[in-house]
Each structure stands twice: as structure tokens, then as C-alpha cells.
Design a protein around this ligand. Sequence first.
Ligand code: FES
Length: 191
Amino acid sequence: MWLGFSRKGNRAGIEIVRIHAQNEHETVAAGITEMDDKDEIEKFTRELQEQILEQMRRTYGPAVIDHWQNPRNHKIIENPDGRAQLQGTCGDTMEMFLKVEDETITECVFQTDGCGTTIVCGSVATELAVGKPLIAALGAVSAAEILKVLGGLPESDVHCAQLAAETLRRALADYLHQRNTPWKKNLGKPE
Ligand code: FES
């Protein structure tokens, strides 16, 4: 009974322990002690998250916080029409994947091993790209545009926007290259 609660870790589980208490006091005492520990950990985690958020708010605007907490298009897709991976000046990498239909970007996703700001910039860049015709996307998704959406970034983070914009530009170039040389797509693949 107690192990079940420990794994579930929810209020329903607490009720199970209380019912159990009518028969086995020792087991329940142990259970409540462990529950207190769990509550402490949750409280500590909440406070830590609030502290981090407070520090973030002192440095970054609301749009950065929003994309940081809810990054868009942060995933990979199979069989993309265009793809690029690029390493920034700081050593972080970003990878972008495109799906294109009728010369319009229908899907644009990314992954990165970079910092939170890199994720934020990838999130904005992909959002800016989706729904745009290829040529329009080339013009519209620049580091300057990403910074504008975010309300600016500290100087030390500007290269994250440059990395996102440049990765997208290369993914578009990869798509155009594959479109113009479709026979290369299957080179090296088993029959
Ligand atoms: Fe290197 Fe963001 S810190 S790309």
C-alpha cells in the first residue's frame, strides 16, 4: 500500500494511506514522514523556479520569458524537405528541419544543445518562418527580426539570434539545393 503511494505521489495516494492507518499505524507513520519530505522537495523546487524566474525578469523581457517557458517547434521531424546544422561562435549547435509545400514553409522545427536563449531564438525563428513563402522567409527571418520580436537581448546573447537566423537560411538553401538536384537526395541510400 505505501509503496503504491510513494510511486503515485498524489492526493489520492494520501487518502489511501489514511484509510490504511486504521489498521497499521506503524506503516502510516513512515508514510507521512516520507510525504513530508516530498512536500519539502516540491516546496524547494517551486521556490527555486520562482527565484530563477525573478532573475530572468530582471534581464529579459516578457516575450523571452514566454518562449523560454513554452518553446515552439522544439522537436525534430522525419524526412524533412530541408535541413541544416550549424555551430555558433560559442560552440553551441542548432539544427533546423523544414517541410515545404507549394513553395511555402508548412513546418519548421529545431533542436539545439545550446542555452535557454538559443532555444528562445530557435522558437521565434521557426514561428516567423512557418506559413511564409520561401523567398519571403529568407528576407523576414533575420537576427534583427528575432531581436525585435523578443524586445531585444543583452549583447552577450545576440549571437544566439544570429545562430537561429543563419541555421534557418541554410535549411532553406538545403531545400532549394535538393529541389534543383533531386537525384542527389537518394545518393548513398540502399536500393
Ligand atoms: Fe551559444 Fe546561445 S549561448 S548560441
